[in-house]
Design a protein around this ligand. Structure first.
Ligand code: NAD
Ligand code: DAU
Length: 395
């Protein structure tokens, strides 16, 4: 490796923030990832640093309950200077300005968010604070830095968003990029709002932005408040499996590494101002997912007959405003960027189950007092068998 030099900054304010700036001739692209210690961010950083040897990533994460800095522990010596962690909030504009003035970020890849629909129902404010205000702060500082640097070509602000902004589908049809926004939950309303701000910064100030709207992800490192890891761990512990409503809501499942590849395609080859829908082509009813998990776990745990895990399934009160069906039309990203999912659902699902079974230390490390409090709060009031599922007409 050729010439290198270091410079450093540490800020002591609400804890320790510490990062080092490293420059080497083999590091060509500097990327800011927000929320990189959460589920998709962790998978993204791990994948991107493997397939893009010239990328240097700064991971800015506030380490809420959903963020886990230990996700990179095993890679520290391998990654060395290519990954730097900054403990901070995307609403902290002073910190953002310091970061942008030290690093000439070529890409900003924005994952940081409050991401759980049930939490947004019980406490929507945090969703406005992070998803709306936080995205606004990041846009402001990105725009200023981009303009101060003379509007360099190649800069991209990629906003990672969700298919939930489109609302709910009936039995037929798919979300296209032109589908009107119709969010149902405080979570999806906050993501829709942030999407609109991103679009406004493109239209008003020409900031090069891209939005990706993706369906449900599954895979390693997902916090066990979400359907798949929650069910895996409850099956393991012989606890009830709470299925909301009639269990027939449909989600389009995508293996998280495929999502990460789509984001790389979009940030490198996407057209500024555009939106790309990302999906898994794997629509399943929730009850199908839970039954499959029970059967695959039973094989691994040698359970059968009266001891089978399906006996743990309990239908519980529905999620208020529960969207009935999501399905993605991914023609645009396929045709324009040549992306489609590489992993087949059946294989990736088994890989996911085995990852949790092999990483019980990781699971235990996040099942803290706060996690237990959330589980009690979310599930204690759901009355057995009560369904308030709403019907939403076909779009
Ligand atoms: P996650 O909840 O697992 O992780 C969110 C991360 O953001 C955490 O590390 C958390 O500490 C960090 N964070 C939260 N507030 C912050 C703040 N104010 N400042 C800095 N960091 C903060 O979420 P995820 O499932 O990995 O989702 C990542 C993104 O992808 C979100 O924007 C989400 O809306 C979107 N998305 C998720 C899915 C999915 O299935 N999980 C699907 C489509 C889109
Ligand atoms: O569609 C993309 C979205 O997918 C992302 O934007 C969100 O960040 C992500 O959390 C996810 O949202 P969902 O609400 O679809 O995911 P969740 O895992 O919470 O629920 C999946 C389905 O399972 C949903 O229909 C509700 C149901 N469910 C969920 C839980 C936690 C249950 O039946 N029981 C449960 O205990």
């Amino acid at each position: 490796m050729a010439s290198v030099f270091f410079s450093g900054l540490s800020v002591n304010n609400e804890g320790i923030r510490d990062y080092w700036i490293f420059m080497g001739e083999n590091i060509k692209k500097r990327i800011l990832v927000t929320g990189g210690s959460g589920f998709i961010g962790t998978n993204f950083i791990r994948h991107a640093l493997t397939v893009r040897p010239d990328w240097h990533i700064v991971n800015l994460d506030a380490l809420t309950y959903a963020g886990n800095p230990a996700n990179f522990d095993a890679l520290k010596s391998e990654l060395g200077e290519r990954l730097h962690f900054v403990h901070g909030d995307i609403r902290d504009t002073i910190l953002l300005e310091q970061l942008f003035s030290k690093e000439n970020f070529e890409y900003v890849i924005h994952f940081a968010a409050e991401s759980h629909v049930d939490r947004s129902i019980l406490g929507p404010k945090a969703f406005v604070d992070t998803n709306v205000q936080g995205t606004f702060c990041l846009l402001e500082v990105s725009l200023k830095s981009w303009e101060d640097r003379g509007r360099p070509e190649g800069f991209c602000f990629l906003h990672v968003s969700t298919d939930e902004v489109y609302g709910s589908l009936g039995p037929q049809g798919h979300f296209k990029e032109e589908t009107p926004y119709d969010p149902s939950s405080p979570y999806s309303a906050s993501k829709a709002s942030s999407d609109h701000f991103v679009k406004a910064y493109f239209h008003t100030y020409n900031l090069p932005t891209i939005i990706t709207n993706c369906s449900n992800n599954y895979g390693p490192y997902q916090f066990p408040e979400k359907l798949i890891p929650l069910m895996i761990l409850n099956i393991l512990d012989g606890k009830p499996l709470p299925v909301y409503g009639d269990g027939k809501n449909v989600r389009d499942w995508l293996y998280v590494v495929d999502h990460c590849e789509a984001i790389i395609k979009a940030v490198e080859g996407g057209k500024p101002g555009e939106t790309y829908n990302i999906g898994g082509n794997a629509e399943r009813q929730n009850i199908e997912i839970v039954n499959l998990l029970c059967d695959l776990m039973d094989n691994r745990l040698s359970r059968s007959g009266n001891g089978s895990s399906r006996k743990l399934i309990q239908y519980v009160a529905d999620r208020p405003g529960h969207d009935r069906r999501y399905a993605i039309d991914m023609t645009k990203i396929k045709m324009e960027l040549g992306w489609s999912p590489k992993h087949c659902f059946e294989d990736a699902f088994e890989i996911t189950i085995d990852w949790y079974l092999k990483n019980m230390d990781w699971v235990k490390s996040i099942q803290s007092g706060d996690y237990r409090k959330w589980i009690e709060k979310n599930y204690q009031d759901r009355k057995l068998g009560t369904s308030t599922d709403r019907f939403v007409g076909e779009k």
